[in-house]
Design a protein around this ligand. Structure first.
Ligand SMILES: NC(=O)c1ccc[n+]([C@@H]2O[C@H](COP(=O)([O-])OP(=O)(O)OC[C@H]3O[C@@H](n4cnc5c(N)ncnc54)[C@H](OP(=O)(O)O)[C@@H]3O)[C@@H](O)[C@H]2O)c1
Length: 276
């Protein structure tokens, strides 16, 4: 009989479980018999998931690092001391020209998506180390390899998260801990709709990049596709990179990028975003 994830990971904590990829991860884990603690800023957004007897809603705002960690620790106590699986998924986008955007907006994205996500990763690994078992999944993005135009803070947070994941894979090698660097391509979620566009001058190039970004998000696979990729990776019980999404983004682009030169890659990427 096929192994169920609950045998490996009886408990899980998933940030940003109200919608999109996080919700698909939570639903996949519940279907696998895992007890899931899922977060949203407003727990009312978790009402549907909360109908499941194995789901516990948690209020968590990632802008407030100490409070977010306290919410995580309280949930960990309720889960028996430590989570077997932690998925750092919550995130958002900001679209704008670097110099024209208020620097505070840029800095806030670092704090929310890199520093405070790392803070939860730190707390998670401390809990797992005591038992020498568990899996930490930080949701990065293919943007860590192929930066999105006019989303510099997003690209930097994801590249930073991927670097953290790589560092943790080295540190945890030979232990019972698993670290997954998950890099999704474009998926059909609420992400595009929630991307902030701070006030400021726009240009035809920006509008073309924005339109291309929107088209790719709208035509991407459903979030359940990413959840299936994560499930397969978790069952392998090995640290590593998980690229998922449409074939061109998740398979062809990384392959071509390894074979070609950086200037060529930049030209192809510019064309892809209608900036060539
Ligand atoms: N969709 C894609 O194509 C794609 C591609 C690559 C990577 N990703 C990454 O996948 C993750 C999920 O994205 P998604 O596409 O599923 O987006 P989404 O549908 O917009 O969902 C984002 C989730 O993050 C939560 N969130 C946003 N800001 C938060 C904050 N300040 N504090 C706490 N929670 C917050 C939201 O919860 P509430 O608003 O309910 O609080 C929501 O549950 C993100 O890290 C994103 O960067 C997405």
């Amino acid at each position: 009989m096929a192994q169920r994830l609950a045998e490996l990971y009886p408990t899980a904590f998933v940030t940003g479980a109200s919608t999109g990829l996080g919700r698909a991860f939570a639903e996949m884990l519940l279907a696998e018999g895992v007890r899931v603690w899922g977060t949203a800023r407003d727990p009312a957004r978790l009402a549907e998931l909360a109908r499941h007897p194995h789901f516990t809603p948690v209020a968590l705002e990632l802008r407030a690092g100490a409070a977010a960690e306290a919410a995580f620790q309280a949930a960990a106590v309720a889960a028996g001391g430590a989570f077997a699986l932690v998925i750092n998924n919550a995130g958002y986008g900001v679209f704008g020209d670097f110099a024209a955007t208020d620097f505070a907006v840029w800095q806030e994205q670092m704090e929310v998506m890199l520093i405070n996500t790392a803070r939860l990763a730190h707390a998670a690994l401390r809990g797992m180390r005591a038992a020498n078992r568990g899996a930490l999944v930080n949701i990065s993005s293919l943007a860590a390899e192929f930066p999105l135009p006019f989303q510099s803070a997003y690209n930097v947070t994801k590249a930073g998260l991927t670097a953290l994941n790589e560092s943790l894979m080295i540190e945890t090698a030979g232990t019972g801990l698993v670290v997954l660097d998950v890099r999704p391509g474009d998926y059909r979620t609420d992400f595009e709709g929630s991307v902030r566009r701070p006030a400021g001058a726009t240009t035809p190039r920006m509008e073309r990049a924005w339109a291309a970004f929107g088209r790719m998000m709208l035509t991407g696979p459903e979030p359940a596709h990413a959840a299936a990729a994560l499930r397969r990776a978790l069952l392998r019980r090995r640290s590593g990179t998980v690229r998922c999404g449409r074939f061109f983004q998740a398979v062809m682009a990384p392959l071509l990028s390894r074979l070609g030169s950086l200037p060529l890659r930049r030209r192809i990427q510019a064309k892809y975003f209608d900036l060539g």
